[in-house]
Design a protein around this ligand. Sequence first.
Ligand code: MN3
Length: 198
Amino acid sequence: MAFSLPKLPYSYDALEPFIDTTTMEIHHKRHHNLYLTNLNNTLENTNTSNLSIEDICRNHSENIALRNNGGGHYNHSLFWNILSPNGGGNPNGKVKELIDSSFGSYDNFKEKFKNAAMTRFGSGWAWLCQIHDHLEICSTANQDNPLMPGICNNESNPLLGIDVWEHAYYLNYQNKRVEYIDAFYNLINWETVNKRIK
Ligand code: MN3
């Protein structure tokens, strides 16, 4: 079974002014779709088409095409879902408790997460992960993610990620990655993040 491009849970213009319409459209229809097409082609050629996307990231990242395109599909699918036009504000519920116990406060979390996203050199992602009963922040290069062995903590359950490839923000923010990261906090769908906690 080939993977398919997930529909966004909102319209392309819904995240304005924080993420502009053109960026969302190109990012979803072209960038995500290209990872997906390349992933499906690779799976067809390697006879591994019965794998889940998590399984591909966890157990097949030594294959560079599966790593880059499987990571690309997993990461973007997660990214679209943790954003919402009704998002932002303070975290609530279980994720609030875990943020407070792991980082001291939401403000401390924001600073650490921003630092991870800012210091990722070149293209990549910053992540908030659950590791059993606490949370950790890490960042990855390219389309790598915390499910892949030897990158963050091998037990990581990614709750939240920010795409810091230039294609995610350049049209609106140009070189000002910091403004894009600040804007991201206005879009986080804490309900979805809470549902990802195991
Ligand atoms: Mn991207």
